[in-house]
Design a protein around this ligand. Structure first.
Ligand SMILES: Nc1ncnc2c1ncn2[C@@H]1O[C@H](COP(=O)(O)OP(=O)(O)O)[C@@H](O)[C@H]1O
Ligand SMILES: [Mg+2]
Length: 275
């Protein structure tokens, strides 16, 4: 496992660890006493039916919602994530479904949006955008992540959904994220484009990024997740290695909200059903 991002304090601790998280809206428990963690170089699939609490959980990590109870640690140290800025400063980045990209500017301008590189001009009188350097850095970043975007000077609106999704994810990597949260990253994509995004997730894992993947696509989950966490009406149903479950069992647990026994490699769900 590559621990590229494990610079801070306790390198054996998960990148992010949430314990006993609860969040109430009026009488409704959106989350109740939920534990959740992600390690470096680990992809955790966060699963559950509508209303399970997935969005609330990631919004708490993103600083958009504040938990009513519970504790969050980043690299082993207790933190208070009380704003989106604080979340970003801790190295947590979220790629939402409705991609936060600007259509009418090019790839490099999107990657550097809000943190543009500048250079002095007019003998140091003013500082202007350093487009050449931003272009170079963007090319290097995309090459590093094995993302194939031939023309980074093209406007983002000219790219396919899959390319746009990979650009949005690349942007979070440039933002020095150590935890990247992806909400349904392949939902709106065709098969080839889904493949681009899944490969990128695998590359990011190799680089030691911690990844939370929210998905309703069980093929994606079974392919890229290392661990699966299922929520149902705000409560944890299961947290287990992907190897200890299969696609049918995941679907059953998502629907029923009841944990089933771990499956071993030799014992498929079909065999169990035949017993
Ligand atoms: N801002 C809110 N106000 C009131 N209820 C909310 C709010 N956000 C979420 N909820 C409720 O919390 C529960 C969990 O929602 P959510 O986290 O969006 O689930 P999921 O993303 O898994 O579909 C649902 O019952 C939802 O109606
Ligand atoms: Mg949701």
């Amino acid at each position: 496992m590559v621990q590229q991002n494990a610079a801070a304090a306790d390198t054996s601790a998960p990148i992010v660890e949430m314990r006993g998280i609860s969040k109430y809206y009026g009488g409704i428990a959106a989350l109740e006493d939920v534990d959740f963690s992600v390690g470096a170089g680990e992809v955790v699939a966060l699963l559950g039916d509508n209303g399970a609490g997935k969005s609330t959980l990631i919004k708490i990590l993103a600083g958009a919602v504040i938990a009513d109870a519970g504790e969050i640690r980043v690299d082993g140290a207790p933190v208070h994530i009380n704003s989106p800025a604080r979340s970003k400063a801790l190295g947590i980045e979220t790629v939402y479904q409705d991609l936060a990209l600007c259509d009418n500017i090019d790839v490099a301008a999107n990657v550097f949006l809000g943190r543009e590189l500048k250079k002095p001009c007019l003998g140091g009188l003013v500082r202007i955008f350093d487009r050449r350097r931003m272009g170079e850095e963007t090319r290097a970043l995309l090459a590093d992540l094995k993302i194939n975007i031939p023309d980074i000077e093209a406007k983002v609106r000219d790219f396919s959904g899959g390319q746009r999704q990979t650009i949005a994810i690349a942007k979070t990597v440039y933002g020095a994220a150590k935890l990247i949260i992806m909400d349904e990253p392949t939902a709106a994509l065709g098969v080839t484009q889904q493949e681009q995004v899944l490969r990128l997730i695998e590359n990011l894992r190799e680089r030691g990024e911690a990844i939370v993947l929210i998905s309703h696509n069980m093929s994606d989950v079974m392919r890229v997740a290392d661990r699966v966490v299922i929520l149902k009406t705000g409560r944890l149903v299961t947290n287990r290695p992907k190897a200890a479950t299969d696609r049918d069992q995941l679907v059953r647990m998502i629907v029923s909200g009841t944990e089933e026994p771990l499956l071993t490699d030799r014992q498929s769900a079909t065999e169990r059903a035949g017993q």
